[in-house]
Each structure stands twice: as structure tokens, then as C-alpha cells.
Design a protein around this ligand. Structure first.
Ligand SMILES: *Cc1c(COP(=O)(O)O)cnc(C)c1O
Length: 377
């Protein structure tokens, strides 16, 4: 089995190569590289896809989070609650803005913010909650939105790993991930479910005032050219990336369906294995499988990863170190042992290749080697 990858970007490109090449050349020949018509068109196509009033494109998913937080006019020392089991970007921007990240533990099934832990972490200084829809499914948004409205908090959904996922509320309404809270953010990093060929990101909101504020912040804090109302940033999506995203967006549901199909194939093979816990899809939501992440039960993880790598199968650990154990985010409020679920997860999770191009032969090859190792160790 040759050429197995965590993410097969070349295989995906080859299927849309002609369209992509033409679109890229068209942008180059148009010379409208910044804020050109492609960006506006992508913006409105994504608004339609997500059924959200405003999409504000920006330079990457980390900027999207930072701009979202800047638009809320929070004060230094205000507290923002987020998960300790996540990618660093979420906590990073909170700290950069001199806000206080308040880390909490996650749900052991969905790997997303545990609402009970969120409730327990609320203080008079709490201003916002950032649920991270980790690995491709939403956090428990019924509970998080209830907590937020009870305590008058903002909700910023980090949707970098879950674009296209659905969440159905108790009242029967279904919304796309990222359009539920006050603001949603995403990344178009190449390996994300909707990836461009460089850096890219976007911010979503249904609130007209917030949208105006977000547009101002991404554009140097200016409301009118050369009039700067406040300190902003420069964060733009390139026209080239927008042109590529316009071609890929109509395929997003197919890409996500292919990932879900590959995930179902893995789960069928692994679900009854005593040494594995397969991904759990939470109630009332769909999973777009940015990652296929298993938990190992009494298996030495390094040995398994080494064995798989030796067979040409990439397998990764997302994430090996919780944020509260990172040098940069250490805090007297929490040390080792404080977040038992996360601390178990960082030692037991591993992720198998997951992308839109996996075929059955590749999946069976991967599955047979995982089982082979587990049955002998
Ligand atoms: C990828 C990612 C980001 C950051 O996106 P970039 O475009 O790389 O800045 C933020 N949050 C999560 C959960 C991510 O997976």
C-alpha cells in the first residue's frame, strides 16, 4: 500500500484540477489580488451555504478568533471560558488580548466543552464562552446557549474543525456549526474539511451590529478609508484563495459525506474491540470527521504508532499535551490532576488517516494492521 497520508490533498485536487487551474489563472490575469470580486462572491456563497446573515473573510482561523474577541470590546482581565483539550489557537488569542483564559474539562464522549464544567467556572468576570467543535462535531450547544443566556455571556464557536456539521436544538431547529452562538469562526487551512491552498479563515454572525464591528476590526479599525475609529488588525482572505474556495465549497457536503463513510467503515471494524473506544456522535448532531480519533484502553500507544508508521500508515496524536500543562498557559489555578478527563485523553487518544479520498482498500489495510497489533499486544 503506497502513499497513505493523513490527508490526501493531491488526490482531491486532481478531481477538480481543470476548474482550479482556470480559476487561479483568471485571478492572476485579473490583477485583483486583494478584496477582488472572488472574495465577495465566496462570502455570499458561504453565507448561503451556512444560512447565516454575515460572513467576514479573514486571513486564517487564529485571526478569526482574535478578531471575534476584539469585536466584543472586552476589558483586560475579563474571563473567557474554553476547553483545555484543544488546539492552542483558542487560548492563545484570549491571552494575547490580555483577557484571562479559564480552562475547563471536556466531555469524555464528544471531546467538547462539558457544560457542567462551564457552569462551575463562571465568575462575575466571565464574559464569553468559546466552545471548540473538536474533530468535527458540535459541543452540546443546547446547554451552552442556555448557560450563556442565563449569565449574559457571549458565545464564540470555534468551527475550524466542524464546517458543515449540523446541530438540532430541542425545539427541532437545525443550524450549521458556527451559526449558533453570537459569532462563529473557521479556518481554511489546507487540511481542514474546507481547505484552500494556503492560509484563510472566516467569521460568521447573524447580528448586524457585530458584523459591522467585525468588518471594521479586520480592516485596521477603519469605518471609512483613512479614518480609524479604533485599533484593528489587517486580516484578509486573498482573491486566489477565495477563487479556490469557491470551487471547493459546492463539494464540501460530498467531502464530508466521504469522511463520514470512511469513519463508519473504521467504526464497524473497531466498535466491539475491548482495547478501543470508537468515536461517539453526540445527540442531535452530525459529525464531519475532521479527525477520526480513537481512545486506547490498556495499550501502549507509542508501540502502536511505531508499528503503524512502519507499515506506511500515518497516525497522529491530537493533542498530546493539554493546554493547562503547556509551559505558556500554566496557571496556579490548575495543575496536574485538575482535569481528569482531558488528562486521560491526552494519554490515550490517537487519530487514523481521515480525508475525502480514502478508498476501501486503504481503509481495510489500515484496519487490518491496527487489529493485528492490538491482538498481539
Ligand atoms: C486549525 C485550527 C485553528 C487555527 O486555524 P489557522 O487557520 O491555522 O490559524 C483554530 N482552532 C482550531 C480548533 C483549529 O483546528
Amino acid at each position: 500500500m503506497e502513499n497513505l497520508q493523513m490527508v490526501d490533498l493531491i488526490g482531491q485536487y486532481k478531481k477538480i484540477q481543470e476548474e482550479i487551474d482556470t480559476a487561479v489563472l483568471d485571478v492572476i490575469r485579473s490583477s485583483q489580488y486583494i478584496n477582488g470580486p472572488e472574495v465577495k462572491q465566496f462570502q455570499s456563497e458561504l453565507e448561503q451555504y451556512l444560512n447565516v446573515k454575515h460572513v467576514i473573510p479573514c486571513a486564517n482561523g487564529t485571526d478569526a478568533l482574535q478578531v471575534a474577541m476584539m469585536a466584543l470590546n472586552l476589558e483586560p482581565g475579563d474571563e473567557v471560558i474554553t476547553a483545555t483539550f484543544t488546539y492552542v489557537a483558542t487560548a492563545e488569542v484570549i491571552a494575547l488580548l490580555k483577557l484571562t483564559p479559564v480552562l475547563v474539562d471536556v466531555d469524555e464522549d464528544t471531546f467538547a466543552l462539558d457544560p457542567e464544567q462551564v457552569k462551575a467556572a463562571i465568575t462575575p468576570k466571565t464574559k464569553a464562552i468559546v466552545p471548540v467543535h473538536l474533530f468535527g462535531q458540535c459541543a452540546n450547544m443546547d446547554a451552552i446557549m442556555d448557560i450563556a443566556s442565563e449569565h449574559n455571556l457571549y458565545v464564540i464557536e470555534d468551527t475550524a474543525q466542524a464546517i458543515g456539521a449540523d446541530y438540532t436544538f430541542k425545539n427541532g431547529e437545525t443550524h450549521k456549526a458556527g451559526t449558533i452562538g453570537h459569532i462563529g469562526t473557521t479556518s481554511f487551512f489546507p487540511s481542514k474539511n474546507l481547505g484552500c491552498y494556503g492560509d484563510g479563515g472566516a467569521i460568521f454572525t447573524n447580528d448586524d451590529d457585530l458584523a459591522a464591528q467585525l468588518r471594521k476590526v479586520v480592516n485596521h479599525g477603519q469605518s471609512k478609508r483613512y479614518y480609524h475609529d479604533e485599533v484593528g488588525v489587517n486580516s484578509r482572505l486573498d482573491s486566489l484563495q477565495a477563487a479556490i474556495l469557491r470551487i471547493k465549497l459546492p463539494h464540501l457536503d460530498t467531502y464530508n459525506a466521504n469522511r463520514a463513510k470512511a469513519a463508519a467503515h473504521y467504526t464497524k471494524a473497531f466498535k466491539d474491540h475491548p482495547k478501543l473506544k470508537t468515536p461517539v456522535i453526540g445527540n442531535s448532531r452530525t459529525h464531519v470527521f475532521h479527525q477520526y480519533t480513537l481512545q486506547l484502553i490498556d495499550v501502549e500507544r507509542e508501540g502502536l504508532l511505531e508499528y503503524l508508521n512502519g507499515k506506511g500508515i500515518p497516525a497522529m496524536i491530537y493533542y498530546p499535551v493539554a493546554l493547562h500543562m503547556q509551559e505558556a498557559y500554566k496557571d496556579d489555578r490548575y495543575g496536574k490532576g485538575h482535569f481528569p478527563v482531558t488528562e486521560r485523553l491526552v494519554d490515550s487518544v490517537f487519530s487514523l488517516p481521515m480525508h475525502s479520498e480514502l478508498d476501501e482498500e486503504q481503509l481495510n489495510y489500515i484496519i487490518s494492521h491496527v487489529l493485528e497489533y492490538l491482538n498481539h499486544n
